[in-house]
Ligand binder design. Structure first.
Ligand code: FEO
Length: 403
């Protein structure tokens, strides 16, 4: 993609990575991603905001050379993670006079992760201004809008907020601006689930702060620029809010059909009570586990409950169910209820291991566990009905302000 202007004197010079399949070896990226870098030409100084993933340095450099960028005064680093800062050492070889600019939080992590000494930086802190002539950047720290060092920069002249990872999406596109397409919103939601959800209370505060700033555009470090910021801000207000949907997510694994029977009965009974159900088969094919776990996380941004339906293997939970439970636990959805149903052949410790794997979900109410020996009987299925009715009652009792 060529460099694209997003405003007068501001170019998007980042690179697209449409073939990227996974991010952080954890999150499927079906739409690829982009590593956004922005070049701001003031009347006095030129600043580059962030670099790109080091694997794409040559493409990035070619882009800067094609634009005949002879001098960069400041390389502003909003975040240390290598997909944004990883090209900086190579870039400095071509722009040796550039001064690195970052907050103390970034500088500390840059020393740890890229071995760049703090002497190479000009420190800017909360509320400080970097004057470029006409354009000037005001900095706001947003710790744990992924890492402890994330920082936003707001350009007063254009009204553009450079938001680092916040409000991003793993979405490669030739178009620089986001549309309100379902696909882009889906990518932004998946990104929220796996990157922002663990820190949703902080992200809520940052979102409210950005709403009050009323930026003209939001230029994130990943994905298209939000030239209508309300599109993404409305979504973040919903995702970080207290309301949930009347939805139960059932991640399930079934080796010989028993857990499948339980999942189907639970689904049927919940649906009869007016509760939506999303079933995610973790073991359908070799790629299911990671892809379906990604869907589970995406579902849990707004779902009221998650019930794992998994069998016992060698005394414990099937490893596919255990993996999904661990990832859910790590990403801390605001889900109100968590439960375990399943089967065993002749003995099981599945419940205690499952409870231990999900011990971080302290704000989530734990439902009674329901396990059956072998293939569930008709009598067992009546217990599944009772379980579903009890869960439906709890969800419906949340009341209108929470649903
Ligand atoms: Fe896109 Fe936290 O780096």
């Amino acid at each position: 993609m060529p460099a694209l202007a997003i405003s007068e004197n501001i170019l998007c010079v980042g690179v697209q990575h449409p073939d990227r399949k996974m991010f952080d070896c954890l999150m499927p990226t079906p739409f690829g991603t982009s590593y956004n870098s922005y070049l701001i030409s003031g009347t006095q100084k030129t600043a580059l905001i962030d670099t790109v993933d080091p694997d794409f340095f040559e493409v990035f450099l070619r882009k800067l050379k094609n634009l005949e960028i002879k001098k960069i005064d400041y390389i502003v680093l909003l975040h240390t993670e290598q997909d944004h800062s990883g090209s900086v050492v190579q870039l400095l070889k071509y722009y040796p006079d550039a001064r690195l600019v970052a907050t103390s939080n970034v500088i500390k992590l840059m020393k740890t992760h890229l071995h760049i000494s703090s002497e190479q930086f000009t420190v800017i802190e909360e509320g400080e201004v970097l004057d470029l002539g006409e354009h000037s950047l005001v900095f706001h720290k947003i710790p744990f809008a992924h890492w402890p060092d994330n920082t936003m920069a707001y350009d007063k002249k254009s009204g553009i907020l450079f938001s680092s990872d916040l409000f991003g999406s793993h979405y490669a596109s030739d178009r620089v601006f986001a549309t309100d397409s379902h696909e882009i919103k889906d990518a932004a939601r998946a990104y929220y689930a796996e990157i922002m959800m663990p820190f949703s209370p902080q992200v809520r505060k940052y979102t409210e702060m950005v709403v009050s700033m009323a930026p003209a555009m939001i230029a994130s470090a990943h994905g298209p620029v939000w030239n209508d910021p309300s599109l993404i801000l409305k979504k973040y207000l919903k995702w970080t809010g207290v309301q949930v949907n009347k939805t139960v997510v059932i991640p399930y694994v079934s080796m010989h059909g028993s857990s499948n029977v339980i999942m189907e009965r639970l689904t049927w009974r919940l649906a009869r009570r007016g509760v939506s159900v999303l079933c995610r088969n973790l073991g359908a094919d070799p790629e299911s586990l990671v892809v379906q776990t990604g869907h589970v996380l995406n579902d849990l941004v707004t779902a009221a409950a998650v019930v794992f339906a998994i069998p016992t293997v060698l005394g414990g939970p099937h490893p596919a169910g255990a993996y999904c439970a661990m990832v859910v636990n790590a990403l801390r959805p605001q889900t109100r209820f968590i439960g375990l149903v399943g089967s065993y052949g002749w003995g099981t410790k599945i419940e205690e291991i499952f409870v231990s794997l999900t011990s971080g979900m302290k704000k989530t109410h734990r439902l009674e566990t329901l396990l059956f020996e072998g293939l569930p009987t008709e009598e067992d299925l009546l217990k599944v009905d009772e379980y579903a009715d009890s869960l439906a009652d709890k969800i419906l009792a949340l009341g209108e302000d929470l649903l």
